[in-house]
Design a protein around this ligand. Sequence first.
Ligand SMILES: [Mg+2]
Length: 240
Amino acid sequence: MNHQGVIFDLDGVLVTTDQYHYRGWKRLAEEEGIPFTREDNHRLRGVSRMESLEILLEKAGRVYSAVEKQELAERKNRYYVEFLQNLTPDDALPGARSLLEALKRRGFRLAVGSSSRNAPLIMKKVDLCGFFDAVADGNDITRSKPDPEVFLLAAERLGLKPAECVVVEDAEAGVVAARAAGMRCIGIGDPALVGAAAKVVGSVAEITLDTISQLECGNPPEVGISAAVVYQNEEQIVKG
Ligand SMILES: [Mg+2]
């Protein structure tokens, strides 16, 4: 099977908005009088918005109701979106733009597959829209990663079968989603988290056309692995 499409996760792969998530949570924590440090923030990586809020509230002096939690999560997202306005094309991660250019030149069809509802804004601010033939994001789906919905939709919008697509992901839930979609995956970051990917690299800068063509070899991904794993987080609210 020749791979014809590459589907990229956005945050942590092509761009990082970590500092804006941190500032959003930090501002919320200060307003609520809850201690929140950069170390606390590390625990929020790859975690959904509501799960992140639960971690932040571990240090709260009181119990918050479900309605209050919803308001807190929405307030944090407002701050985050406000901070995202500061993104510029320089916020593309090193190597991201050159990889996208090389893939385009080689004739690959490219998509973004992100659970974030803010993906369109981020892509616009960082000036990445022109590279992509299709986008599937948190506005289009009902189930976040690790559900495969966002990747299956991206492939459909590219006009490709899942097996014709490669996914690039930096989160464990994203690797699970890619495999469940029947797609080979390149994992970015800690092998302890993304080790289930067919290939693990340190950053997008390490990915070349060869990295993708070498995925042709080896066993095909397991389709529909462990439905229990895929659906256990079904209730999570999309991140970002
Ligand atoms: Mg990511």
